[in-house]
Design a protein around this ligand. Structure first.
Ligand SMILES: Nc1ncnc2c1ncn2[C@@H]1O[C@H](COP(=O)(O)OP(=O)(O)OP(=O)(O)O)[C@@H](O)[C@H]1O
Length: 252
């Protein structure tokens, strides 16, 4: 089952071509890591997929009416700003808005989704706190919980683990991998290639606005790819604890 289908998608902003001819399908059960150097076009690709920036070509998601889109995909943007000084619980409950009629209160189902998201992100002790007064990493976890509460088949997240401490980074990546195993689909941009290699089912490498490589993590992060697109060398080994990836040096 395809959850997102991009067909020859291109984006031009202020006369500059940012993305060229991107075709990509995301199926049920896939946890796809979108990787690439700064400015490669990762954010733009996710925003265009959602219909948040104009594009040429096709996005199955952007083609949906707004309410259907909000029930099909949850979006966690890179900017973590929470605008209003409301409780953590209230921010997370905003994930249920796509299911509520005008003025309608949360149903039992909505409340269960909010509770599930709070538990999954370990936010029980923060639920009553004012969201704007949390640390950056805590706010990020609240916004991931809001996306989880939306209970969509597809989640798009822009650098969701940036700024989280190691335990929460690993826990969040494991949670995403679990969601994929349960049949959900995730498209997540990541700079931490070590986490990407360990947890993603597929990597898509964007470079210069094009897909430069895609496939199983070990097949994408070759020495040649790392040198050409990231300008680094790295140590990459299969170990009894799973794949281990460590960037080593910048290529002169
Ligand atoms: N509104 C805009 N107008 C003009 N150029 C833009 C606009 N938004 C993004 N760009 C440019 O598009 C390119 C891709 O940006 P994008 O944010 O998609 O990259 P990214 O891969 O997510 O980068 P990073 O890893 O640094 O977050 C950059 O060169 C950026 O300057």
């Amino acid at each position: 089952m395809t959850r997102l289908s991009l067909d020859h998608l291109s984006v031009t902003l202020r006369g500059r071509t940012i993305l060229r001819d991107i075709s990509l399908d995301l199926g049920a059960g896939e946890f796809v890591g979108l990787i690439g150097p700064n400015g490669a076009g990762k954010t733009t690709l996710m925003r265009a997929s959602l219909g948040l920036v104009p594009f040429d070509g096709q996005s199955s998601l952007a083609a949906l009416p707004a309410t259907d889109r909000a029930r099909a995909a949850a979006w966690m943007p890179q900017t973590r700003e929470i605008a209003w000084p409301v409780s953590v619980e209230t921010v997370i409950a905003l994930g249920r808005v796509p299911y509520l009629g005008a003025g309608q209160r949360l149903s039992e189902t909505d409340r269960a989704a909010v509770e599930g998201a709070i538990a999954r992100m370990g936010l029980e002790t923060l639920r009553g706190r004012t969201a704007t007064r949390l640390s950056g990493g805590e706010q990020a976890r609240v916004l991931i919980a809001r996306a989880l509460a939306q209970e969509t088949p597809l989640i798009l997240a822009d650098e969701p683990v940036a700024g989280l401490d190691p335990a929460h980074q690993i826990a969040t990546m494991q949670l995403f991998a679990d969601l994929a195993r349960q049949g959900r689909s995730l498209l997540v941009s990541l700079h931490d290639l070590g986490l990407a290699v360990r947890h993603c089912t597929r990597l898509v490498l964007l470079s210069g606005g094009r897909i430069a490589a895609e496939g199983r993590p070990a097949d994408v992060l070759t020495p040649e790819t790392l040198r050409t697109h990231f300008g680094i060398t790295a140590h990459f080994a299969q170990t009894p604890d799973g794949p281990v990836f460590q960037p080593l040096a910048v290529v002169p």
